[in-house]
Write a protein that binds this ligand. Structure first.
Ligand SMILES: Cc1cc2nc3c(=O)[nH]c(=O)nc-3n(C[C@H](O)[C@H](O)[C@H](O)COP(=O)(O)O)c2cc1C
Length: 183
């Protein structure tokens, strides 16, 4: 086990920004936490914005709440704030190409063509990707600052899943698939 203390010396009264090395360390440590992969998306005006996201967690069953942590400088953040809602599509193992597209910085292909992904509209108006193994359609109930991210708590107004679905995973900064039993 490698251990690193993240020490941040005060610089002129305020805390010093993370060094490049500290950022690399933190990313490497976070990368040991295996997660599924989702696309968090919302509509604003005629445009659809979406990003690949794994900072997603279940918060409460009754009321049904979940959270997402979204970078403040992203297009998706703007769309979520503008529409007060978002939809989470949990990607299937064969949807890696979509995860790669939605992780790209905003471009015309992403904003105008929504990565050419087939989708359908959720109750909140947010887009849900066809072929996802689960989805959660959410209305924002709370917003909290979270460093360079914003934490949105969403009330789940509709959800669905495909029991046979095989998930896309993210571990060690790579996309992975579940190993098949016996193979
Ligand atoms: C596996 C993976 C998970 C990610 N998770 C998040 C996340 O939870 N929150 C976030 O703000 N960005 C996350 N990102 C980065 C965004 O996908 C990326 O910044 C994207 O370009 C933002 O798009 P937008 O500006 O069009 O909204 C993740 C990227 C990858 C590859």
């Amino acid at each position: 086990m490698t251990t690193e203390r993240i020490e941040r010396a005060p610089a002129g009264g305020s805390v010093a920004p993370m060094t490049d090395e500290q950022r690399r360390w933190l990313r490497a440590m976070m990368a040991r936490f295996a997660t599924g992969v989702t696309v968090v998306a919302a509509r604003y005006g005629p445009l659809l914005a979406g990003m690949t996201a794994n900072a997603v967690a279940s918060v409460s069953i009754d009321p049904p709440l979940l959270l997402v942590a979204i970078n403040e400088s992203s297009e998706t953040h703007k769309a979520i704030v503008g529409s007060h809602s978002f939809a989470i599509s949990v990607l299937a193992g064969e949807q890696q190409a979509l995860a790669e597209c939605f992780a790209q910085p905003t471009s015309a292909a992403k904003l105008q063509r929504f990565c050419d992904a087939p989708w359908h509209e959720a109750e909140t108006g947010s887009p849900i990707l066809d072929g996802a193994i689960a989805f959660f359609d959410c209305r924002i109930t709370e917003t909290h600052p979270g460093g360079d991210h914003v934490i949105f708590i969403g009330e789940i107004v509709a959800a669905g899943y495909d029991e046979a679905g095989d998930p896309l995973l993210w571990f060690g900064s790579q996309y992975r698939r579940l190993a098949r039993e016996g193979g």
